[in-house]
Design a protein around this ligand. Structure first.
Ligand SMILES: [Zn+2]
Length: 253
């Protein structure tokens, strides 16, 4: 067991981080305060509370709610090039993965949804794969896109479902293989449902779903105000517009 750091060690660590912040000025990805990549207050807000949430007949373990500090930090990490904010998000995602795998027989593979080529070019990394790698979890890349999908931003529930339908397929036969599907933000569940369908078609089985954050239930209320939602998304780190396959957020204010 690791011993908790002594008061003097914590003080030294804080002083060292402050000195580093002077050399490399950054603002907190969660609140914008000139500080470290993620300030202590925001780290607290990113402490995971894995919860089983549902969308239609899909149930997923979500570590965080996609609001406030979590929404801003995830947006900055995904679309603001703030990969320096990965540590607390990786810890949160790992907690959701652990919760989802509890009670599962060993041998379950973690599988993520591929980013669109446009999103990969823009970011230079796959956000979910990067977070998993930070926790030492390797994802099996068994899915690929069958066609270009338009951005989910501005689409209602039915539009998202139609846009997601048939967008993924497995590279190969997956008979006998079991998967946990992992994604960053759960909105309507259309993306995960499509990934699950594609694995099933290839004769694989899906034992569960885990996500970093879920959008709270009020999402459907916003369907008739796509303009407003897009504008609000822009103020939350342009999350939806940069995403492609993963579902965009709703307004959190
Ligand atoms: Zn902060």
């Amino acid at each position: 067991m690791a011993r908790p750091p002594s008061a003097s060690a914590a003080t030294f660590r804080r002083a060292a981080l402050d000195a580093l912040a002077l050399l490399l000025p950054v603002s907190c990805a969660g609140c914008g305060t000139p500080d470290r990549a993620v300030c202590d207050g925001c780290r607290g807000a990113l402490h995971p509370h894995p919860t089983l949430v549902s969308r239609d007949d899909l149930s997923a373990w979500a570590a965080l709610e996609y609001v406030g500090v979590a929404a801003r930090t995830i947006g900055a990490f995904k679309d603001g090039a703030r990969t320096d904010a990965a540590a607390p998000l990786a810890a949160a995602l790992a907690a959701a993965v652990r919760a989802a795998l509890e009670g599962c027989a060993p041998g379950v593979e973690v599988c993520t949804v591929p980013s669109t080529p446009a999103a990969m070019r823009r970011r230079g990394y796959s956000p979910v794969d990067l977070l998993l790698a930070r926790c030492g979890i390797r994802s099996s890349r068994v899915l690929r896109l069958t066609r270009a999908r338009i951005d989910q931003a501005g689409l209602g529930v039915d539009g998202r479902r139609a846009n997601a339908a048939g967008a993924l397929e497995a590279h190969r036969d997956l008979a006998g293989r079991r998967f946990l599907l992992v994604d960053d933000v759960l909105t309507t569940g259309a993306t995960l449902a499509e990934a699950s369908r594609a694995i099933g078609v290839a004769r694989g089985s899906v034992v569960g779903f885990a996500v970093l954050a879920e959008t709270p239930r009020r999402y459907p209320r916003d369907i008739r105000t796509p303009d407003r939602r897009l504008r609000d998304n822009a103020t939350h780190g342009s999350y939806g517009g940069m995403t492609g396959v993963v579902e965009p957020p709703f307004r959190s204010g």
